[in-house]
Design a protein around this ligand. Sequence first.
Ligand code: SAM
Ligand code: SF4
Length: 333
Amino acid sequence: MAAEQIYDNHGRPISYLRIAVTDRCNLRCFYCMPEEGIKYLPRKELLTYEELERLVKILVNMGVSKVRITGGEPFVRQDLMKFLWKLRAIDGLKDIAITTNGVLTKPYITELRELGVSSINLSLDTIDRDQFKLITRRDEFDAVMETFDLIVEHGIPLKVNAVIMDGKNTKDILPMTALTQHYPVSIRFIEEMPFNGEGAKYQRLTWTFTKIIDTIKEKYPNLTKIDDGDNSTSYNYHIPGFKGDVGVIAAFSRTFCGSCNRIRLTAQGTLKTCLYDDGVLDIKSLIRQGADDKALKAAFLSAFNRRPKDGFEAEQNRQNQNPISESMSTIGG
Ligand code: SAM
Ligand code: SF4
């Protein structure tokens, strides 16, 4: 059971942990990874499942109640389901969620429902097969759509993540919004961030969350704002009579930092207290030097007490890679 709820230096609860279990991926989405020349981490550089389980237990005791598994593509790491069952057994951990590209996910959907996964985020930037191949540099559209159908069939809450990119998939905004007429899913359009593994290429964004919403409103003037829920990063909307809803995530504009309850463990075992920082604690080294749980908790506490107030401050504080040059596949989104 969660013994206490830890708050950061700005009074925000730390209750949501995202874990990138691998940096490897079977797609090459161009906004996330370069096509070639990727240096994957050697396996021994990844936190083991046992190390991760130990860290999750410590963090749950500090108030974390939700864990999202991400990557890279989580399903390329062996024995992922065994790890998820270990997490399921942790007292006080209420929600286990997963973010996946859907290519290898289909065989695990039934087990994910048995596990009681609280939601699946499926990354799908377009519903046009050719465009999918251009964006992901792989021809896996059918596999992803089969996963989509099966998740819906199993009644698992499904959020579709679509990164909106000028000149690439802005034409998909309306057809993807239309999906919510018949499917009880949440389609979330995400502002593109500069984490493509090749360095920041832009300072300004054309397709901001406001422009995306305006585009939807033009076609659906009755688009209605709905409740976002606590600590949500998306602004959510509903079209009357439709089964699902749509949302926008201002990931580049960073409007949601004031209520951010998230921390991240990267594939290489560093703690991030903001998506835009470059890692504030090398927790893997601490563990491997033999730190006990008390010392690990103290290290977490110290990092939570130095949390930047928003993503702009975190970006300014970066020590190593400035401007941003890492790939989202090491961070997990
Ligand atoms: N491979 C899994 C997937 O694609 O769902 C999980 C990892 S992926 C890094 C997690 C999320 O980050 C995906 O929804 C992806 O669209 C998003 N993402 C990756 N690079 C991004 C970028 N440059 N800007 C915005 N979102 C990005
Ligand atoms: Fe892989 Fe996900 Fe990155 Fe696409 S967004 S390359 S699927 S990690």
